[in-house]
Design a protein around this ligand. Structure first.
Ligand code: TMP
Length: 225
């Protein structure tokens, strides 16, 4: 049986990382076979790529290089961690996936959503999330939240100005319009408890509807194995 692949998306300071941890614990308590992971990262090679992309000293990094590094980290993470978990029938909760590349590199960096989607199709083959939660927060409010959170890792993208983060937000609106069936919106400007509750409600009803597993029952590895 194929598992279920659930991704979490949004701009900076939307609170999705905290909410994923909460949902992960709730699902474990319900006896659901679930893993939690993140992009870029989740496994050794992809965490190393993450530190290259996000190093605040790498200001010379060019947009296409950035898009390709996210894509490379994504591929290795899928093959080592996500595909095996889905094949074992697990629920996979992933902090960011291709939609981040479409909004950040495709739209905000100006590479083009179609162009960035094309390189990612090579990476993901036929694997797309079964459900995506978009954490909707006004960019200004999100940035205020991260400024207040001293424990949060500061990365190269955090050095971008408000216009960039507004463009990311607009990019997500375009991505949502492209995949309206898959992407559900959570109002992330509410209290943390309310955001967690809304996210959990969406996931619970989705899991109830999909007890038999998701759409990703395919040969993920294509011809490469
Ligand atoms: P986060 O782990 O705090 O969400 O940081 C990840 C950063 O990387 C965030 O600024 C969004 C960015 N990112 C992209 O620009 N493209 C991508 O494909 C992914 C996965 C993340």
């Amino acid at each position: 049986m194929a598992g279920l692949f659930i991704t979490f998306e949004g701009g900076e300071g939307a609170g999705k990382t905290t909410v994923i941890q909460h949902i992960f614990q709730k699902l474990i308590a319900q006896g659901i076979d679930v893993i939690q992971t993140r992009e870029p990262g989740g496994i050794k090679i992809s965490e190393k790529i993450r530190s290259i992309i996000h190093d605040p000293e790498h200001l010379e990094m060019e947009e296409r290089t950035e898009a390709l590094l996210y894509a490379a980290a994504r591929r290795q993470h899928l093959v080592e961690k996500v595909f095996p978990a889905l094949e074992q029938g697990k629920v996979v909760l992933c902090d960011r996936f291709v939609d981040s590349s479409l909004a950040y590199q495709g739209y905000a960096r100006g590479l083009g959503i179609d162009e960035v989607y094309a390189i990612n199709q090579f990476v993901i083959q036929d694997c797309s999330p079964d459900l995506t939660l978009f954490f909707d927060i006004e960019p200004k409010k999100g940035l205020e939240r991260i400024a207040a959170n001293k424990n949060r890792e500061r990365n190269r993208l955090d050095l971008e100005n408000i216009q960039f983060h507004e463009a990311v937000y607009e990019g997500y609106q375009k991505v949502k319009a492209r995949f309206p069936e898959r992407i559900k919106t959570v109002q992330a400007g509410q209290s943390l408890e309310a955001v967690e509750q809304d996210a959990m409600d969406i996931i619970s009803s989705f899991l109830n509807e999909n007890e038999k597993g998701g759409n990703n029952e395919i040969n993920y590895y294509g011809d490469s194995r």
